[in-house]
Write a protein that binds this ligand. Sequence first.
Ligand code: GH3
Ligand code: MG
Ligand code: MG
Length: 391
Amino acid sequence: MPVDEQAGHAGVVAAKLTTATDASAPAVVRSAAVAPVTDSAQRPLKSEGHFRILVVDDHEDNIEVLRVRLESWGYGTDACYNGHDALAYVEKTPPDLILLDVMMPEISGIEVARRIKGNKALPFIPIIMQTALDSTEDKVEGLEAGADDYITKPIDFAELKARLRSMLRIKRLQEALEEREKELLEVNERLRFMSQTDALTGLDNRRHLNERIDEMFQHAQRLNEPFSLVMCDLDKFKSVNDTYGHQAGDEVLKQLAKILKDEAREIDRVGRYGGEEFMLLLPGTVLDAAVTFAERVRKRIEGHTFTFDGGTLQRTASFGVSGWPHPSIDASDALVRTADDALYVAKETGRNRVTRYDGDEFKAHQSSKDGADAAPRPDFSASDAGDPSQR
Ligand code: GH3
Ligand code: MG
Ligand code: MG
């Protein structure tokens, strides 16, 4: 059905149309930009020119008339002559609005609207259907298929302009909303990261480690896979602060964190459990292998020269290792406690060493304490919970 001939009236600058000839590409026609009408009453909204409207119609004349008018209002336009091309085009370069003819051969405008609105990968694209004046059925069907509005042929351009503006206003609001949603998601993600991460070292913090241990322990039990835990505590670290200052101490902690991260596998979790105490969670690792791993890390720390602003220093670390399955370990907190017990023995028996829970050395140390008037056990598990770097 032809568009009302009033489109050809004076004051509208005719755009030169070029038809795409490449048969494989959608028949999209893009015309040179046409200067907007300068009449102040008709001046387009400020950002009108940023909108691209796709006109879909099987009648070339209709397309031409519509494009000329739209461009005179400051919109950018593209055109497709059938439903197939329109669908391919929209998927490739989603326009800001589609002016869609209902009556087209092969794929009707209604089907095009249904497919576009059904494609979740596409952004919100307002669709205004062009229907015949007397076809209530088309209008209902079009709106049900997902069209956002309709306009009847012959087109009244004042009405079209008003409908376009209102649809594009919605589009603009929708985009602003999507932008806000994206920002919110990003902020959420940052917050989540911050709540799980130790600010000084970038490793998992204690809270996150505790969640991880539970998860990983349950996973290990479910699959009946071994799971080991290594506690690592720097030896005589307090003297680093006392001798070189707190900043040097921070630098040592950062470098130690890097070594641990470097030695661990991708699937291991490395975290800062407290001040100068670190925890490594090793899924799928038997106790023997965890001890070998800890020994390798111990040697690396022993051989490392820590550098800080104003000097260098050497430090050693002690390790406690425990692993599941073990008869006395039935829950994740028992795994932590036993590794901590082993770390205590490592400290007690000279530092710069790896002690395995329930190993000979461990047992010997325990029995030497039996009946003895042992001093109360100091707490190596960093009662200074929270984010230690904040202190
Ligand atoms: P041990 O060999 O028995 O483990 O002795 P230690 O000196 O390493 O252990 P102690 O628990 O006596 O001291 C730990 C020190 O770690 C005290 C505390 O000031 C320091 N510390 C904890 N957190 C931080 C931090 O974030 N930065 C710095 N620079 N020092 C920290
Ligand atoms: Mg220490
Ligand atoms: Mg400590």
